[in-house]
Design a protein. Sequence first.
Length: 183
Amino acid sequence: MQAGLSEKTEQHNLYLVGFMGAGKSTVGAALAALLQRRHLDTDRLIEKQVGRRIADIFATDGENFFRELESRVLADICRHGNLVVSLGGGSVASPGNWDLIRQSGKSIYLAWPAAVLANRILTDPARPLVAMSAESSRTEELSKLLATRRPLYERCDLTIHCKAGLAPAEVAAEIVNRIREKA
């Protein structure tokens, strides 16, 4: 068994959930290394499949098209086990995606203070939802979007309350400790 996890947990996928800028991809890679599992990132898989960056997909085809791709990629992932999966920030907005996640694994919400997320996001023009907003309304739009998504994120099986200065490896270690406690 890996890292002291229960046999049942070992077979499940672990899905990292949270707002954009929460570090799901970075923490996911660190967590996968700790647990000796394969790491998948839905955004990277979509980019590879379509041959374009997420921001370009949003700009050209729109968010609905992107969400359809995201659901298809997630359905494919759910056919496998023992993975660490970094989900896009809006992937849990679809009830069908929640069903897939619940059937194939455990969800982990990386909860960061809004100010930390805003600082990370507003300095990254590659964020598709940020790039679509006018400069003056970005902070307000992010606050609204986070307020809308937070209740969805809070449905996760486990919440990790993160704070500024926490390294991805520390967040990953906290996840492993919390999973062990629940096993």
